[in-house]
Write a protein that binds this ligand. Structure first.
Ligand code: GLU
Length: 415
């Protein structure tokens, strides 16, 4: 299944941009590979007294524009290649929103759903002991991603600060607010995507008010997409899914009630005001906006011909395979590409670091206003590039981002 290796996808996307931009051979090769990568093992004492050995990764993909930045994923299917791909996408993500950071990503092969709080805490601390030497505000700054939470960030920050014997809240972002987190970080990924969807709808004449949405993946990004899609864009939630299945109600689902239900029961399946649907069926619903908000490779060449959404706003990283992407484009579906649509999270992570450095904290309205400004500017820079080169928004986002990273590499004298 070479075709579904996300790193192969990431390299192919870069190859296209490198050719279009006319990058020289050395720059292209430099950007095809992580600058540094780390793999390690972590022994962790489990509650039953046994010791388990976990595998961990941290990839620093490119640091030409600033320290590496990107989340930590805890997932049973994590591999070095998925982390490499995600680290590459972080590089393009920080570049497209023009924040002074590079790209990185980390992961642990584990299933946090089967671990106790104590086991998770020991694993979080073990990860920091393994990576402390390569992390820091001037080197590499992790954050939450799939199955990691503000609490995990808190343990990690504490472990780092214990090791170095000083306060360094900016070593990690997505922390709980009382210990250096930023207001507005919790819903920033979804909020940023909603701002991009708003701008795209205006630019392409799509009326969203009164329209419908389906959310694939009802985790952090998906839940806030449903809440904010309703609040800011006036969309009606008709379906939502998670790893256990989906719920559907064409008359509309109250997003707040569904969030509450998921919190209590652990899944959207069985929500009383709706019927059950499969994940696959959800992706093919006739809706105004589809939000893929979980993992990579969910829209493939197999199901893309049946996707009927008018707009696909990619809150997940890499949800659409390149073959599927072409099919969606040919069908005239407006695809808001992942590293633009989901850049709100890292943008507020950057704000968090700025506040940590100042040791002075902003009000929520200032976070929202600055996030809106960043996302709106990023969308229009990408849209102008798309018009200039007659390419789609994903291709345009690559051209904007890769050109900026390539320029930074050149100015540093690397190439
Ligand atoms: N994990 C998020 C992402 O993929 C956020 C990264 C960050 O805040 O550094 O964009």
């Amino acid at each position: 299944m070479e075709r579904l290796n996300p790193f192969t996808t990431a390299q192919k996307q870069l190859d296209w941009a490198a050719e279009k931009l006319g990058l020289d051979e050395a720059t292209h090769e430099l950007l095809r590979w992580p600058m540094k990568e780390f793999s390690f093992t972590m022994p962790v004492r489990m509650d039953d007294g046994t010791t388990r050995i976990f595998r961990g990764f941290r990839v620093q993909y490119n640091t030409a524009r600033g320290p590496a930045k990107g989340g930590l994923r805890w997932h049973p299917d994590e591999t070095l290649d998925t982390v490499r791909a995600l680290a590459a996408w972080m590089t393009w993500k920080t570049s497209v929103v023009d924040i002074p950071l590079g790209g990185g990503k980390g992961g642990i092969v584990c299933n946090p759903k089967e671990m106790s709080e104590g086991e998770k805490e020991r694993l979080a601390r073990a990860y920091i002991r393994a990576t402390a030497g390569i992390l820091g505000v001037t080197k590499d700054v992790p954050a939450p991603d799939v199955y990691t939470t503000p609490q995990v960030m808190a343990w990690m920050m504490d472990e780092f600060e214990t090791l170095v014997g000083e306060h360094h809240p900016g070593v990690i972002t997505g922390k709980p607010v009382p210990i250096g987190g930023s207001l507005g970080r919790h819903d920033a990924t979804a909020r940023g995507g909603i701002y991009v969807a708003r701008e795209a709808a205006k630019a392409y004449g799509l009326a969203l008010q009164g329209g419908t949405m389906a959310v694939q993946g009802f985790g952090n990004a998906g839940q806030y997409a449903a809440l904010l899609g309703s609040e800011i864009l006036g969309l009606r939630l008709v379906a939502a899914s998670d790893s256990k299945g989906a719920v559907y109600n064409p008359k509309g689902i109250d997003p707040a009630a569904l969030v509450q239900f998921k919190k209590q029961i652990g899944t959207v399946v069985g929500f009383p005001e709706g019927e059950t649907l499969t994940n696959a069926e959800l992706l093919e619903l006739d809706v105004s906006v589809l939000f893929p908000s979980a993992l990579e490779n969910v829209i493939t060449e197999e199901n893309a011909p049946r996707v009927r959404a008018r707009m696909v706003c990619e809150l997940a990283n890499g949800p659409t395979t390149p073959e599927a992407d072409r099919i969606l484009q040919d069908k005239g579906i407006l695809v808001l590409p992942d590293f633009l649509a989901n850049a709100g999270g890292v943008t507020v992570s950057y704000f968090e670091q700025v506040q940590n450095t100042y040791n002075y904290y902003w009000e929520l309205k200032d976070v929202y206003a600055r996030l809106d400004d960043k996302m709106t500017r990023a969308f229009h820079a990408v849209d102008e590039m798309a018009a200039r080169h007659k390419v789609d928004l994903r291709q345009a986002a690559y051209l904007v981002s890769v050109a900026r990273v390539a320029e930074a590499c050149r100015l540093r004298g690397w190439v």
